[in-house]
Write a protein that binds this ligand. Sequence first.
Ligand SMILES: Nc1ncnc2c1ncn2[C@@H]1O[C@H](COP(=O)(O)OP(=O)(O)OP(=O)(O)O)[C@@H](O)[C@H]1O
Ligand SMILES: [Mg+2]
Length: 525
Amino acid sequence: MHFEPGHTVGIDLGTTFSAIAILDDEGRPRVIPNDDGEIETASVILLAESGHVIVGPNRMRAAMEDPQNVIERIKRYMGMPDYRRTFDGREISPEFISALILKKLRQDAEKQIGKIGNAVITVPYYFNDARRKATQDAGRIAGLNVIDIMNEPTAATLTYAYKEGILGNPEVRVDKPRKVLVYDLGGGTFDVTVVEYTPTQFRVLATDGDVQLGGVDWNDRLLDYVADTFKQRHGIDPRESPQMIQILRNDCDLAKIELSEKTETVIHCRYEGRAIDVPITRELFDQLTADLLQRTADTTLLVLEEARVRPEELEAIVLVGGSTLMPQVPAMIRRILNREPYRGISPHTAVAEGAAIHAAILEAKYRGEQSVLAERIRRRLQLVQQENVNSHGLGIVALDPKTGKTINHVMIPRNSRIPIEVRRIFKTTKDNQERITVQVLEGDAPDPFACSLLGKCRITDLPPNLPKGSPVEVTYAFSAQGRVIVTARDKTSGREARIEIERRGVLAEEEVDALKRLADEYKVD
Ligand SMILES: Nc1ncnc2c1ncn2[C@@H]1O[C@H](COP(=O)(O)OP(=O)(O)OP(=O)(O)O)[C@@H](O)[C@H]1O
Ligand SMILES: [Mg+2]
């Protein structure tokens, strides 16, 4: 692991809000506010003029702006090669857009703490490989040396352990590991994770989630309700106008936040010279979103089952993400787990703070004396060990001997502890086979088409006259950093093929450099 000169920070790159944090001289995680003094910066980009963007603009200003000049919710598209958007006269990628957000965070923070060289950036546990790589590229385009991509719930667990005074503290005696469940419902994504820990060992037992479920979906339910009511009354649909959608999304978000405090609110909608006021009670809001909440409840129970942990065994149920401030969330937790959730950490900043802790742990371990951290803090952090599981299974396309159909033969099931190496023998399927192709799949479904193809490796010059059923040994190795290396070996000839997974939608090194130059040119406010 290499470090660039300058500070090492933790960054929570969120769907709706992002935050940057660092460990202070006392070893406390501290969020660095932006130029406006806010601890979170909206992950919204507004094109002010050519070559000039405003990141995290004033809410009302963004809502009134021409939708062509506004980009939001970009995290939903990370790692998707098909994303197309023209902005400022050029085609831009989610990596580039995210880099502008990161540049803003870095730039504002540097005014307060000085040069930032390195960063840990967080992602939802359920992000697949391509999305993780895209996040890493975004960091590099923003001029950051990304020392690690970290899972958001793991970050929240570190913050929890820190707040409870346990993290790296050798004076805390534990007779057996403690277990916590992290329920993270943010703006665009949802994760549940069960972690087992001691002061110096953090081990993820199971995880699951949904990268397309978050506060914005709750907003959209309100939006649809308001638009449907409008249409019934006036016969026209405000959703026909992208501008109206933008305005309504903002109003619905505000109404939803208001419903966390009050039991009733009104959403006003004016379109094409006609207007209505739609009253919304908390009860109605809960009804409109009941199925979304239920999806999170189902996942929570499933993850506990996979972790083989009973609710009574949990030391705490930690709520993270702004959307857990909706009263329906703690109410559901009480209902299904019969427990009061823990409220000791900020659902807005816990992830950024945890990323800062993780960044400092890496700094303490790999930068040693060169680190700006005080000796005492370094010693304590050096003790902390972390273990993860993989959030997606890894399989191989194989022929089912019984049905003759191709299937996904899972080599490494999801929730396996990493690093891991798995070896299996497969057989050639016909006489005189000349080549073997290993197709690496990401996913746990038996049907290969329900999974994504991560890469292929091929042994082309097999020895002649190889009989059907000759053994081929396939090895999958999954490193702690999330890298996948696949090897296939023909046992007869000893010939071997090997790939380190080439990710889909990946930017080449030169492309990243070119985008970095472009991002440098952009004025970001
Ligand atoms: N008081 C509140 N009541 C209800 N919802 C809230 C409240 N405050 C914030 N939210 C919602 O929380 C969401 C933002 O949460 P958060 O900042 O944790 O998400 P994020 O980090 O941007 O997203 P993600 O982690 O999914 O990428 C928004 O949808 C916002 O409407
Ligand atoms: Mg978040």
